[in-house]
Design a protein around this ligand. Structure first.
Ligand code: HEM
Length: 256
């Protein structure tokens, strides 16, 4: 994967094959002074450059036109913004480790599972249709087809999303569409001390503004999925801007 570029390329660029695995490592750093910290970031940059091809950044192959515009607008920090200038090209990262109670979930009939998520289990199509411009959207003012508190509807109400006719019949209160870049993974650990499976969702997303995620998470507080999940950890991080060339290094704009 190309290393040099305005942004850290691994964040939005998919690898050649769908990414099955990811590693999230968090650690505290103590340094006596700025030059020690700068030395550390130099070292981190060299290691990361060594682990990749180190070539120039390529245009994003899977995203052009409006897709690329949306990534540029909603994922990467850029002016005008209340954030400091050194953040430009970086992005806020959210990690939320959510244990999924699969024993209970597997007892739920598929039709109900679909209502809880808001999508057909096999095809992934939203219960109200509307996967592309020509798909009919079911008018459902009572939330009978796609419950108001299903996962995808609360996560992304899509009030003015082009996939839906406007005004969106599924939203009672107008909520702006939300854009986050999701890069989640499933996880499975050794069974807990009661012998119950410890598996779930390592939710990961990137966005220019942390508030986009926080608003979304607050909407999800009363979603139908709640009885089946338990958040166990996570945090907010800032993914630094990319390393633009041989002389550049992580956090240079912050440290100089
Ligand atoms: C146990 C935790 C979670 C599970 C099992 C889960 C599962 C799903 C599933 C099955 C979908 C539909 C398929 C897809 O688009 O990938 C989905 C969509 C989505 N989820 Fe989650 N999710 C979880 C946590 C979260 C969290 C914590 C957030 C954000 C706060 C979130 C935000 C979204 C968004 C924005 C969508 C796309 C909605 C749309 O269709 O526009 N999810 N999730």
């Amino acid at each position: 994967m190309p290393f040099h570029g305005e942004h850290q390329s691994g964040i939005t660029k998919p690898p050649l094959a769908p990414q099955q695995q990811g590693i999230f490592a968090a650690y505290d750093v103590t340094a006596k002074n700025r030059s020690e910290l700068t030395h550390l970031f130099h070292t981190l940059t060299e290691r990361a450059r060594f682990l990749t091809s180190g070539g120039p950044a390529q245009p994003d192959p899977h995203s052009s036109g409006s897709g690329l515009h949306r990534i540029n607008t909603f994922v990467w920090a850029h002016p005008p913004s209340p954030e400091p200038a050194w953040t430009t090209g970086g992005t806020y990262q959210v990690i939320r480790i959510v244990r999924f109670h699969l024993d209970e979930w597997n007892q739920v009939p598929v039709a109900q599972q679909q209502k809880i998520i808001g999508r057909h289990k096999v095809t992934g199509i939203p219960l109200n249709g509307g996967t592309n411009e020509n798909s009919p959207v079911v008018y459902d003012p009572q939330g009978e087809v796609m419950p108001f508190n299903c996962h995808i509807r609360l996560a992304n109400p899509q009030t003015v999303d082009s996939r839906f006719s406007a005004p969106n019949p599924y939203v009672r209160d107008k909520v702006p569409p939300v854009h986050i870049w999701r890069r989640s993974y499933q996880y499975m650990r050794a069974p807990d001390i009661n012998g119950r499976m410890d598996a779930g969702h390592a939710f990961c997303c990137f966005q220019r503004k942390l508030s986009t995620y926080i608003d979304m998470q607050q909407r999800l507080e009363n979603e139908m999925l709640v009885p089946f999940i338990t958040p166990t950890g996570g945090g907010y991080f800032f993914a630094l801007p990319g390393v633009t060339g041989d002389q550049d290094y992580y956090a240079r704009a912050l440290l100089t």
